[in-house]
Design a protein. Structure first.
Length: 529
């Protein structure tokens, strides 16, 4: 408990309480011992006087008969009361066949109850003096044995009042209380004055200097002309502040040197990263050149001839006037896709020689075009297609054929994951710049209700030639191509999937610069028309 007081009470309050408790204990104990000694001395004096009076009265009444005891008793009692004013009662008891009876008394109130020590003194035949009651009003009894002329035995008891002693005790208690209160008031006043004049000023000055130093005033120092021990404390405090200031300056210098070294290392690391990135880019381009060179000849030979034949038949069908307009639209769409495939082959051949084409592309229009292409498949498999776009147009700068290929691969991948009727959802929205995105981006989410991808396989789905489909139903290049297209357009692609709960691909593509947005919007509209 005292430890908790140290946290809640000031030093002055603690010293005051401690001083008051010690002083009160010392004064109370001293006065109580002094008072007890005085009271005991007065009680012994009254006891000696009462005992002497009992002995003298017993000598006077010795060998008197019980019958003629009264005149002599009254005379002797008056003499005793004249000499001892504290005597309040004198009783004479006699033994009648083993029963003690009062034969004479100076009190008109009759018999009283005998004390045990009176009876004990009578049976022992000894004189005894004692205090009958410890609580006020107290009485002192002095017993002395008697021998009557008729052979009977008895005893004489003189009762003296201790009221005077009790009055002295009460007076001493009041004096002790007043003395204690006066001492407490003087002690509290003296300690408070001492703290106000000597301690508080020094402590407040040290606290004020400490606050200035904490706020940045490095020249703040304590005065060294303080009172008493605070003078030495101020010197030590100033020495500590000077040592802290030196340590702070040394630390600041070390931080500046370390910061400069770290900045130099960061610059060197940045340059190394640039060199590494350029080397990786050149290496990737060289690898693509080698891969494209190998695939181009095969694709041109294996795909070119069949596509030419298919395109020729489609052209002939388009010239048939009996075809329904819906069939003509589908044939024209199929012919456009064949032309796009031919363009992809041509792009593969030219990828090693030049940069990809960059034109304004509306993502929403591109997704709608791919959905129109896959419309018959969606209807045949009873798959619901949902498209949501918040605040278009969604213009970016890129290759429209590659972006169309990106979404076609993703949609086909989702269709392969849906074994029965289900849902394919597309959501396009804007993402403002943040810590990871330095410019505005479009976020495209492709979600399906398919079977999902196991956790142990999801980290490999963008690897070339990795597939989760059955043998003969997938080459493992679709998602790898998607990642390559997104990366070429300065974006990112990620996937989240749970087995049995579907898959969601999230694509981030940079939005076109705002200074050319209006002209590119018009170009995009013309292209769609």
């Amino acid at each position: 408990m005292w430890r908790s007081w140290n946290f809640n009470w000031s030093l002055q309050t603690q010293i005051l309480i401690l001083t008051v408790l010690i002083s009160a204990s010392v004064l109370t104990t001293t006065n109580w011992l002094s008072e007890l000694s005085s009271v005991r001395a007065v009680e012994r004096a009254i006891g000696d006087q009462t005992s002497n009076a009992a002995r003298r009265l017993a000598e006077e009444l010795r060998h008197s008969s019980i019958a003629d005891l009264l005149p002599r008793f009254q005379k002797d009692v008056r003499e005793v009361r004249d000499l001892e004013p504290n005597v309040t009662r004198v009783d004479v008891y006699a033994d009648f066949d083993g029963e003690l009876k009062l034969v004479q008394s100076s009190s008109a109130r009759g018999d009283r109850e005998l004390e045990g020590r009176e009876i004990s003194a009578f049976h022992q035949g000894k004189a005894a003096t004692f205090i009958a009651d410890e609580e006020p009003p107290r009485q002192l009894l002095s017993v002395h044995p008697l021998q009557f002329s008729d052979g009977r035995t008895g005893f004489l008891t003189i009762v003296s009042s201790l009221q005077a002693v009790d009055d002295i005790l009460m007076a001493h208690s009041r004096i002790r209380l007043y003395s204690l209160l006066a001492n407490m008031v003087l002690l509290v006043g003296a300690i408070t004055l001492l703290f106000r004049t000597a301690v508080y000023r020094s402590v407040l000055h040290l606290v004020e200097v400490m606050g200035r130093f904490k706020r940045g005033d490095s020249s703040a120092r304590a005065k060294e002309n303080l009172t008493g021990e605070f003078r030495e404390l101020a010197r030590s405090f100033n020495g500590m502040l000077e040592e802290i200031q030196r340590s702070k300056e040394n630390l600041q210098q070390q931080i500046e040197e370390a910061t400069e070294v770290l900045a130099q290392q960061n610059r060197e690391l940045y340059e190394l990263n640039l060199q590494l990135y350029e080397a990786q880019r050149l290496l990737g381009q060289a690898e693509r050149l080698a891969l494209v060179g190998q695939l181009a000849a095969t694709l041109a030979h294996e795909i070119g001839s069949p596509l030419s034949a298919v395109s020729t038949h489609l052209q002939m069908l388009l010239e048939d006037p009996q075809l329904d307009s819906r069939v003509i639209n589908r044939l024209r769409l199929a012919n456009e896709q064949i032309d796009r495939v031919c363009g992809i082959v041509e792009n593969l051949l030219s990828a090693a020689r030049q940069a990809p084409r960059r034109v304004p592309v509306d993502l929403e229009a591109t997704v709608s075009k791919v959905a129109q292409l896959l419309g018959p498949t969606l209807e045949a498999r009873r798959i619901r297609f949902q498209m949501q776009g918040e605040g278009g147009p969604f213009l970016m700068e890129g290759d429209p054929d590659q972006l169309q290929q990106l979404f076609l691969n993703l949609f086909n991948n989702s269709l392969d994951a849906i074994f029965d009727s289900g849902t394919l959802s597309i959501q396009v929205r804007r993402r403002p710049p943040n810590e990871s995105l330095l410019q505005p981006h479009f976020q495209v989410e492709v979600s399906d209700s398919g079977v999902g991808i196991p956790a142990e396989e999801i980290e490999h789905i963008f690897d070339p030639f990795f597939t989760t489909k059955e043998l003969g139903k997938g080459s493992g290049l679709g998602l790898a191509v998607c990642e390559e297209i997104v990366t070429r357009h300065g974006g990112r692609i990620s996937v989240v999937s749970q087995p049995g709960r579907g898959t969601r691909f999230t694509i981030l593509l940079p939005e076109i610069a705002s200074n050319g947005a209006s002209s590119l919007v018009q170009m995009a509209r013309k292209e769609r028309e």
